[in-house]
Design a protein around this ligand. Structure first.
Ligand SMILES: [Zn+2]
Length: 81
């Protein structure tokens, strides 16, 4: 599915929120995403270079929700390369 994500150009990671209560930081902690795909929000600290983008994830909304709920953390943070 297509999700809203933010690429942090400082640590070269992409983060997205898997569920409405999922708050996730990039590796360097300067980008934070929240709200899931329906209520996507993000914030940045100390002005990191970053880019908001849509990315295609090979998982359904339910799989992403369960990944968050079960704390498997397979999705949500990935290398930008
Ligand atoms: Zn970062």
């Amino acid at each position: 599915m297509l999700v809203n994500a933010v690429e942090c150009k400082e640590c070269k990671m992409i983060v997205f929120s898997r569920a409405s209560e999922d708050v996730r930081h990039c590796a360097c902690g300067r980008v934070v995403v929240m709200g899931g795909h329906r209520h996507f929000k993000y914030d940045v600290y100390t002005e990191p270079a970053h880019e908001v983008k849509k990315i295609n994830i090979q998982a359904s909304a339910e799989e992403l929700f369960n990944d968050w709920k079960d704390m498997r953390d397979e999705y949500g943070l990935m290398s930008a390369s």
